[in-house]
Design a protein around this ligand. Structure first.
Ligand SMILES: Cc1cc2nc3c(=O)[nH]c(=O)nc-3n(C[C@H](O)[C@H](O)[C@H](O)COP(=O)(O)OP(=O)(O)OC[C@H]3O[C@@H](n4cnc5c(N)ncnc54)[C@H](O)[C@@H]3O)c2cc1C
Length: 328
């Protein structure tokens, strides 16, 4: 009998997160003939996602749908995950490398006595079919490739590095509701009272296909509106350097880099960002980097695929108008 894979999918704001489809693809890359793959859905109202995730080529969807799981709390979520793992007996469990995945995966690995490889950006197989998992080190300055010496195996997958598994119309998976009882009295030791979303939040920065990012060269909060107009036309998310956040031009929720978010979009447009190593740590794996900077010697041009030497307040509005025409 083959191995069983379990992918822990995540829903947010009424839809499945893109990283869930990418994580299914990563797990499928590891599979061999005869292996089986299941998805896990945990939360309040997540049954609504079972059909869609079931059309991504998984064999079964395990669902824990409970009102007590409306806000992520590891104390409440972990027993739900443990119940699914108990039911599925997986040989490999794949999570997105998200706040939730990073929190749950090590706890599960410890409970199972499993090895864990985190923040995986590529997965290949050697001649013997062993998985070779690559992950960045030292804020992206180096990469290491690891393999598991035993099963079960726990993996977290960095968003935007694997193509999303496709949803096939007509396909369907068996859906199994897994019983769950919230932790009994004295109950949870911590309770999430409120979640305050800081980013403007139109598009999730870590999942965006295009990011328009601003640095200290944007000069003010009003200056960021110039970038927001370009982002709106492109359907992009807005990001920032720490320089811009420190200067108070935007919220720290937008910060990209070593101490901010790591993004790997298809297109990264850096406006008025010098290209400090700590910033590059968060964006240098973007597929195409476009830099706009008035200093031709700015280090960002060393990593850029396309560079525009000029004043961003002239260049960005021109680009916005041209993209608007081209995309109309
Ligand atoms: C421990 C540590 C962690 C850090 N973590 C991070 C991190 O996570 N993310 C991060 O970003 N930084 C981080 N930093 C800070 C980092 O070292 C840089 O200070 C920061 O990235 C600089 O931001 P910046 O490029 O916006 O500003 P600057 O370096 O000041 O660059 C501004 C750029 O704008 C250009 N410019 C100015 N006006 C215009 C204009 N009108 N048109 C076009 N271009 C213009 C200038 O030529 C310049 O290149 C960290 C630093 C430390 C020590």
């Amino acid at each position: 009998m083959g191995d069983t894979f379990l992918v822990v999918a995540e829903g947010r704001d009424g839809k499945l997160r893109q990283v869930s489809f990418e994580t299914i693809r990563a797990a499928k890359q590891a599979m061999r003939d005869g292996d089986r793959i299941a998805a896990a859905l945990i939360g309040d109202g997540v049954s609504a996602f079972a059909g869609e995730i079931g059309r991504c080529g998984v064999d079964r969807v395990y669902v824990v749908d409970h009102a007590e799981l409306s806000r992520y709390n590891p104390e409440a979520y972990f027993p739900a995950l443990a119940a699914i793992v108990d039911r599925a007996s997986p040989d490999a469990i794949f999570f997105g490398h998200t706040a939730v995945g990073r929190d749950l995966a090590p706890k599960l690995a410890a409970q199972l006595g499993a090895g864990q490889i985190s923040d995986v950006v590529s997965l290949e197989k050697d001649g013997g079919g062993e998985w070779l998992l690559t992950r960045p080190l030292y804020a992206g300055k180096a990469f290491e490739t690891r393999r598991f010496a035993q099963r079960p195996a726990v993996v977290t997958v960095r968003p935007n590095n694997f193509a999303a598994a496709e949803v096939a119309e007509g396909a369907a998976a068996e859906v199994e509701a897994v019983p769950y009882a919230p932790p009994a009295s004295p109950g949870l030791r911590t309770i999430v009272k409120e979640v305050v979303r800081k980013a403007s939040g139109k598009i999730d920065l870590t999942e965006a296909k295009i990011v328009v990012s601003g640095g200290r060269g944007v000069k003010s909060a009003e200056g960021f509106q110039v970038l927001e107009r370009l982002a709106d036309v492109l359907g992009a998310a807005v990001g920032a350097s720490r320089g811009a956040c420190d200067a108070g031009y935007c919220d720290y929720a937008l910060q990209i880099g070593q101490t901010g978010k790591v993004v790997t979009p298809e297109i990264y447009i850096a406006c008025g960002i010098s290209g400090a190593i700590q910033h590059l740590a968060g964006m240098s794996r973007s597929r195409i980097i476009i830099a706009i900077n008035k200093d031709p010697e700015a280090p960002i041009f060393k990593v850029a695929d396309y560079g525009i030497v000029g004043d961003l307040f002239e260049v960005v509005p021109l680009l916005t108008e041209e993209f608007k025409k081209a995309l109309a």
